[in-house]
Ligand binder design. Structure first.
Ligand code: FES
Ligand SMILES: [Fe+2]
Length: 373
């Protein structure tokens, strides 16, 4: 995010603050009604599963593969994918499915000169091409490589689709890339990551980040003392969105200062990724459907600047705090919403005018499901 954008956003925050206690956060024109069956309906869920497997998805920052001859197994929706950098550092994505009998070829992440299937030992080069077929004399035809998938790396973010036919657009971030570029995301390293499997629809994990209205109540004792959720900004970039939530003390910031140290900035990379710039580090959340509509698989990663003087302890505390607060406060609340939706008795939900990013998220997803995203 460049200086000019930061100062424009700071001006908008100042206008909200100058309104002095009125309802001043960025607002939508109307409220939005949401049928709670979107969290339970099996047909919709199947369509969402297909969408998440096919959509071009922001899966991580560049340092997920920190150098030549590295690999990382990721799931795009429920499509198993392996990302690799070959010995020249070029990035590739393939279906993480062995051409022999379909076993998973790569597990976790690390360094390797080739990928070796742990079932019968067939190997693949890091560009996905076929290597040695163990027992080749017993197999007809030529050895085939892994199925190649579309992948790109823009502004320090890796985007990949589980659908081989997807054509990568010039700007998968639909304009948000111009803001991500100056953050030097490629200069961040992966500090830690973890996976949650929780009893909530995958959308609820994303939605909990898409409004700051709940912060003063749900996070009264944890986040609220640090946050001024009454001056939140909301903008859209095509299907994607961005929310700026100022921190307390922003009132004191003078003209020409940087916004980044004084706000939490969240980019919603629809459908399932939330990238959060948090003062001195970056968090990345990826949500996707679990085994049924009431289950979510959520990957959380913390990336930190490679040149930061901060200690490992500092980052560990940050990571533990974000995991604990989101799990005990946000996700347990979301699980309650899932329960109410599952009862079949829950009335229509109302998304307020003060929750415009959440409204955009709902509309974006509906458009993508309708095939015109
Ligand atoms: S399934 Fe991979 S070598 Fe047999
Ligand atoms: Fe929250």
């Amino acid at each position: 995010m460049d200086e000019a954008t930061q100062s424009r956003l700071l001006e908008r925050i100042a206008e909200h603050l100058a309104a002095d206690g009125a309802t001043t956060t960025d607002a939508a024109e109307t409220t939005l009604s949401v049928d709670p069956s979107i969290y339970t309906d099996r047909d919709r869920w199947e369509r969402e599963r297909a969408l998440l497997g096919n959509a071009l998805t922001a899966v991580g920052l560049s340092s997920l593969l920190p150098g030549p001859e590295t690999f990382a197994a990721v799931d795009v929706g429920d499509v198993p994918v392996v990302l690799t950098r070959d010995s020249d550092g070029a990035l590739h994505a393939s279906l993480n499915v062995c051409r022999h009998r379909g076993a998973t070829v790569a597990h976790g992440c690390g360094s390797a000169r080739r990928l070796i299937c742990s079932y019968h030992g067939w190997t693949y080069r890091l560009d996905g091409a076929a290597g040695q077929r163990r027992g080749a004399e017993y197999f007809d035809g030529d050895a085939e490589g892994l199925v190649a998938l579309p992948v790109t790396e823009r502004d320090g973010v890796i985007w990949v689709s589980g659908d081989p036919s997807v054509v990568i657009p010039d700007d998968p971030a639909e304009g948000a890339g111009a803001e991500l570029g100056p953050l030097d995301l490629a200069g961040h390293r992966l500090f830690a990551s973890t996976r949650f499997v929780r009893p909530m629809n995958w959308k609820l994990a994303v939605e909990t980040f898409a409004e700051s209205f709940h912060v003063a109540v749900l996070h009264r004792d944890t986040l609220a003392p640090m946050i001024r959720s009454d001056a939140t900004l909301s903008d859209t970039f095509g299907r994607h969105g961005r929310m700026v939530v100022p921190r307390r003390g922003i009132e004191e910031v003078t003209e020409g200062a940087s916004l980044l140290p004084h706000a939490t900035i969240l980019w919603f990379l629809v459908p399932g990724t939330v990238l959060i710039h948090q003062q001195d580090h970056v968090q990345l959340y990826r949500s996707r459907p679990g085994a049924h509509p009431g289950e979510c698989v959520l990957d959380v990663a913390l990336y930190v600047p490679t040149d930061s003087p901060r200690s490992e302890d500092h980052w560990r505390r940050n990571f533990d705090l974000l995991v604990e607060v989101t799990d005990t406060e946000d996700f347990s609340t979301a699980a309650g919403i899932q329960l109410s939706a599952s009862s079949g008795r829950a009335p229509t939900q109302i998304v307020g005018r003060n929750e415009p990013s959440l409204q955009h998220l709902h509309r974006s997803l509906d458009r993508l499901l309708d095939g015109d995203g």
